[in-house]
Every structure is written in structure tokens, then in C-alpha cells.
Design a protein around this ligand. Structure first.
Ligand code: AHR
Length: 497
């Protein structure tokens, strides 16, 4: 099959924000305990953080990590996770029917984030709590000193403020499963009042208000409108969440699910612009896709998990090669909306629906989805260019038909390099891809990296960590060939001479 892609350096969609390659750590399952934190582990550092996991997080280049939830945050008392460890209470975590020991809290997590090179995106509890606790939390985290809570932080050993810039006003507050779920009116008012106090304590913070939990929610659309009418002038981002899965075994349909994400983003952007016009605002609302991933493999297993354990294995999806292709398509979609989507969090980072897996007390390894994330974070720099594609269409079940080629183009003027990230969705045919990159100053294909497996269901495990891993294809001078069902990174550099 033949395909063509055209892009022009003078026709950008928007600047690619590094925070598009963010992630998420929730107090859930083995994400924290046995994931990022395990004092007895052979690689543990002075604070009990696993060095092997830190190394992989650094390799991924994660710029921002959302914390501490997720559903967990809606029942969480942040004070429980601060101060001397021996005084910290064990509590019921009603979101995940587990026991939370509070060994790790914001004191430790902000330090873990610093060591991994990431910023913290901190969520406040607007389920069981509200304005007063959010005010206390930001005073504890960001106020220099000389007040009750800033001095408590200093007494706990953290002289300097944490300087947390990104804050989420609760989590999925439209979801009936959420502790303290609210109507759009109730939440909109509470979010506005919480936003006021957060910005009063620290005017430099940037705030995300909850959009719908997913585009299939019965209140989707109306929820965004109502919430934004209350908060438009006070917040900087509205959140989007979406998870996908190959539930009916139809891979062609599954590989097309980025079409859903694409429509979701476009619809939320339209709603924001409608509210902007109605309110006569000058501000364009940015989008934070702060939970996205594949999540379905572990659903049945999780129903069997015994309640009230400390850090039980939960949401431990073992990702197949085809899941990596889907994650690639979703990353491409985020890049194509780089004008509006300024932050995004792959949910999550370690053990819980995650690119990084660990054995408690043992090894850690990269799941298949690690690689598209790594490539996008490393190479999608500069501006996302509008890309026109000519290629055959494929039948994709409930998504109708989709182009065989899913692609995004990043052009980094500073280095003069361009990167094409591309998935060949065809399950049967290789694709010869002609790339016409104009206005980029004369580029030639210098590297072609591919993630390919003949087995769509291939997985990486502790014993076979490299079953699915990227490899280099020779660059022959002609049009690159994208193998059937593959993820590709085409790196274009300045033509010699
Ligand atoms: O990421 C797992 C869960 O998915 C989060 O806790 C919640 O926000 C979402 O429903």
C-alpha cells in the first residue's frame, strides 16, 4: 500500500507543551507502595524510593505527575500523610477498598518528583472536603513560612516551600462512583470558591477544573457548560479523561479508537469557546487530558481482590503489542491538538495501568506501551504541524472507516529537526510512505525506529522484558516502509552539504 503525508513548517497547529507527556501516580494498588516506594528494596535510596523505578521514569522524561488521585483523593485527608511517620494513621481507602498506611504523603511525594525531574500536579479533595482544606493544603505546600501550616511544613523538615504550580479541583466529580459526587451546579460553585482561595494564597498557580469523566457520561456537554459558567474566569484548564480497551476482540476497531479521543477533544474545545463567547471573555480555555490510557485487561481479576489489604495488586493490566499501537495513536491525536491540549497524563505510571511494572522486592521492566510514550516524549519537540494524509481507508467497526495511516509531525526550529510519529493500522499490508516536508529548511530521513511484533498479543514480562522492543530499520534513501501494524518514528535532519 502507498501513502503520502504533507506538512509545512509555516503551518503549525501549535507549540507542543512538554507537559503533554505527563503521567499519574495514585494511592492505588502497588503504584506507591511496591512501585515508587519500597524501603527494603535493594535499589532503594535514602528515602526509600526505588532507584530502578526512578531510573525508568527519568528515561521516559516525565515532565509532570498528577497525585494523589484519582478516585482516592475524594476521600483523602492530606494531613494524614505529613509529619513523623510513626504518628501517621492507617485509614480506610473507600475508593479502592484498601488500607492506606500514609507512609507516603505530599512530604515524600514532592521529593520523589524532584528526584525524578518531574513537577507535581496536585489534586485537592472536593469529595468529602472543600474550601477550607484546600486553603490549608496550599498554605502548607506553597507559603514560605511564619504561619501555622507553613511552619508545620518547616517543622516537618521542609524549610523551602514545595512551589507546586499545577492544581486539580477535585477528580471526576460527575461520576456516581466518586465519593462526594456532585451535580454540575454544586460542583461549579464549590470549584469556583476553591479556585479563589488557592489563587489568593498563591497567585502563580494554574488550576484545572473537572470536566466529564468520559464522553459517554449522560451529563457530558451540559456538565462542561455549567461548570465553566461558574469557573471560567478563575481556572486555566478543563480536564478530559478517557480509557480504551479491545473488549470484543476486534483489533481493526480497537486501533481506530483514537477517533473517539479526537472527537472528544474537538467537542470540549467547542463547548469552551461557546462559553467564552457567551461570557465575553478574552481567555481561551486550555485542555488537560489528565487521565488517558488502555484499561480493560485487569477488570475481571480486580473483582476477585480481597478487600482491605495494604497495596494489593489492582489494575495491573499486562499490555500487549496492539495496546502499544493504540497508545501510539492516542499520542498522535494529542499532538494533533497541541493548540488546545497543553497537559496530558498517561494514567498511570507504575504497576497500576502503567508503562513500568515491578515485582515487589524484585525486578522492574518496561511494558509495551512504554515505547511510544518514550519516543513521543523524547522526539516530539517544537511545533506540531498540520499534516495532510493521502492513504487507503480501513473498515473499523463502530468507528466506520479510518485512514490506514495515523500520523503527527513535530518540527523543532531550534535543532532544525522534524519527527514523524506514525502508526500503520493495516493488519495485512506494509505501507510505503512518501513524506513531503516543506518550509523546514531541507531535511532528509536520518533514522527510522519501529516497534513491531508479528504477534499482536505479545507482552513483556519480568522473565521476557524485551519480547516487544523498538528496533532500527535501515534508511535506504527511498520512501520508508512502515510494516503492517507498526509504530514508527521517522527522524528528519538537515540535508548534508
Ligand atoms: O486511573 C484509575 C481511575 O480512573 C482513577 O482513580 C479515576 O479518576 C478514573 O476513573
Amino acid at each position: 500500500m502507498k501513502a503520502k503525508l504533507f506538512a509545512d513548517g509555516r503551518d503549525p497547529v501549535g507549540e507542543i507543551d512538554r507537559r503533554l507527556f505527563g503521567s499519574f501516580i495514585e494511592h492505588l494498588g502497588r503504584a506507591v507502595y511496591g512501585g515508587v516506594y519500597e524501603p527494603g528494596h535493594p535499589t532503594a535510596d535514602d528515602m526509600g524510593f526505588r532507584g530502578d523505578v526512578l531510573g525508568m521514569v527519568k528515561e521516559l522524561g516525565v515532565p509532570i505527575v498528577r497525585y494523589p488521585g484519582g478516585n482516592f483523593v475524594s476521600g483523602y485527608d492530606w494531613e494524614d500523610g505529613t509529619g513523623p511517620r510513626q504518628l501517621r494513621p492507617r485509614r480506610l481507602d473507600l475508593a479502592w477498598s484498601s488500607i492506606e498506611t500514609n507512609e507516603v504523603g505530599i512530604d515524600e511525594f514532592q521529593e520523589w518528583a524532584r528526584r525524578s525531574g518531574a513537577e507535581v500536579m496536585l489534586a485537592v479533595n472536593l469529595g468529602t472536603r472543600g474550601v477550607s482544606e484546600a486553603r490549608d493544603l496550599i498554605e502548607y505546600c506553597n507559603f514560605p513560612g511564619g504561619t501555622k501550616l507553613s511552619d508545620r511544613r518547616r517543622a516537618n523538615g521542609f524549610e523551602k516551600p514545595f512551589g507546586i504550580k499545577y492544581w486539580c479541583l477535585g477528580n471526576e466529580m460527575d461520576g456516581p462512583w466518586q465519593i462526594g459526587a456532585k451535580t454540575a451546579e454544586e460542583y461549579g460553585r464549590l470549584a469556583a470558591e476553591t479556585a479563589k482561595v488557592l489563587k489568593a494564597v498563591d497567585p502563580t498557580v494554574e488550576l484545572t477544573v473537572c470536566g466529564s469523566s468520559h464522553s459517554g457520561m449522560p451529563t457530558f456537554g451540559k456538565w462542561e457548560e455549567t461548570v465553566l459558567e461558574h469557573t471560567y474566569g478563575l481556572v486555566d484548564y478543563i480536564s478530559l479523561h478517557s480509557y480504551y480497551g479491545n473488549r470484543n476482540g476486534d483489533t481493526a476497531e480497537y486501533l481506530a479508537c483514537s477517533k473517539d479521543m479526537d472527537g472528544f477533544i474537538a467537542t470540549v474545545a467547542d463547548i469552551c469557546d461557546k462559553v467564552k463567547a457567551r461570557l465575553g471573555s478574552e481567555k481561551t480555555m486550555k485542555l488537560s487530558f489528565d487521565e488517558w490510557n488502555v484499561w480493560f485487561h485487569s477488570n475481571e481479576q480486580d473483582k476477585k481482590t480481597e478487600k482491605w489489604q495494604v497495596a494489593p495488586p489492582l489494575l495491573e493490566d499486562v499490555y500487549t503489542f496492539e495496546d502499544a499501537l493504540v497508545v501510539g495513536c492516542l499520542l498522535i491525536t494529542l499532538l494533533r491538538h497541541a493548540d488546545r491540549v497543553k497537559m496530558a497524563c498517561l494514567a498511570q505510571l507504575v504497576n497500576v495501568i502503567a508503562p513500568i511494572m515491578t515485582e515487589t522486592g524484585g525486578r522492574c521492566w518496561a511494558q509495551t506501551i512504554f515505547y511510544p510514550m518514550l519516543h513521543a516524549s523524547r522526539f516530539a519537540r517544537g511545533e506540531s504541524l498540520r499534516a495532510a494524509v493521502e492513504c487507503p481507508e480501513l473498515e473499523a467497526g463502530k468507528y466506520g472507516s479510518v485512514p490506514a495511516l495515523e500520523a503527527a509531525v513535530a518540527f523543532d526550529e531550534a535543532s532544525g529537526e522534524a519527527t514523524v510519529l506514525a502508526v500503520n493500522r493495516s493488519l495485512s499490508e506494509d505501507m510505503e510512505l512518501e513524506c513531503g516536508l516543506r518550509g523546514c529548511g531541507g531535511l532528509t530521513l536520518a533514522e527510522h525506529t519501529v516497534l513491531y511484533s508479528g504477534d499482536l498479543k505479545a507482552v513483556n514480562t519480568a522473565d521476557a522484558p524485551d519480547a516487544v522492543k523498538p528496533s532500527s530499520l535501515p534508511v535506504a534513501g527511498g520512501a520508508p516502509i512502515l510494516p503492517k501494524h507498526s509504530w514508527n518514528v521517522l527522524r528528519y535532519k538537515k540535508t548534508e552539504g
